[in-house]
Design a protein around this ligand. Structure first.
Ligand SMILES: Nc1ncnc2c1ncn2[C@@H]1O[C@H](COP(=O)(O)OP(=O)(O)OP(=O)(O)O)[C@@H](O)[C@H]1O
Length: 237
């Protein structure tokens, strides 16, 4: 994979929905190549931050992606887990092909090698004909992560990639993410599991209606540990 150096800079970010201020004056700058864990209590605004980064909620302030000139500027996104209607007539194969290519699905007779490689890596190569809405939560997370990775992004933005995933799936997903990160990719990941953040992330952002703390993990954890860490209050979905 080509190594690029995206840096995300968030300045004076405010998000309000229906006159409720969900995020107040968030400022942070994510260094290139960093695996950032976004943590905090339930309802603290972690997903709201991710949605603002992805342009899915209106916001005030600035969100800047600082890319090197030659960068392809690709972001892979795994949104917060959501129910997909079982009768939706889209198979895993259709979905991944659509993510990979903008031409209509019926134009293509062969799956791209990139799709097959990503499916194999996430152990979903037998899912081709399954409908998206019939997958278990853990299977769906692997398919959505596969979709996020297919176009060889420079940065992955993940909202609880381990939600609903069993232990084996955890290990698989974390291995795939580690490989991506070791190859130079940057990761911004909402995560409820303390031990996962501790083991994998170099930077942590603590969100509770605002940016409570931010920085290298050893600094943030050092500051939090004498008290109850806000993100210990959060529970997995
Ligand atoms: N579309 C919306 N309309 C109104 N309120 C919303 C909307 N989306 C989120 N909220 C509220 O904003 C707050 C932050 O929600 P958000 O999902 O960002 O928190 P979170 O930290 O990701 O929570 P969790 O850990 O439970 O997933 C919550 O109080 C939530 O109810």
């Amino acid at each position: 994979m080509t190594i690029y150096a995206p840096i995300v800079c968030v300045s004076d970010l405010n998000v309000s929905i229906n006159n409720n201020l969900l995020l107040n004056d968030v400022n942070l700058s994510v260094p290139a190549g960093i695996w950032l864990g976004v943590v905090g209590p339930n309802g603290g605004g972690k997903s709201t931050l991710i949605k603002a980064l992805m342009g899915q909620v209106p916001y005030r302030g600035q969100i800047a992606l600082d890319w090197p000139e030659q960068s392809a500027r690709r972001i892979g996104y795994l949104p917060q887990i959501a129910v997909i209607e079982p009768s939706l007539p889209i198979t895993v194969s259709d979905y991944l092909t659509m993510v990979c290519d903008t031409r209509p699905v019926w134009f293509r007779h062969k799956q791209k090698q990139a799709i097959l490689n990503a499916m194999t890596r996430l152990q979903i190569e037998t899912f081709n004909n399954k409908r998206l809405g019939t997958l278990s939560a853990g299977e769906r997370q692997r398919v959505l992560l596969c979709a996020a990775l297919i176009n060889q992004p420079d940065i992955l933005v993940l909202d609880e990639p381990l939600a609903g995933v069993d232990k084996e799936g955890h290990a698989l997903i974390l291995n795939v993410l580690s490989e991506f990160h070791q190859a130079g990719g940057s990761v911004i990941m909402v995560e409820h599991h303390w031990h996962v953040v501790e083991q994998y992330c170099q930077f942590v952002a603590v969100i509770d209606g605002q940016l409570v703390d931010y920085g290298p993990i050893e600094h943030v954890f050092g500051r939090l540990k004498p008290n109850v860490a806000p993100f210990e209050l959060a529970t997995s979905a």
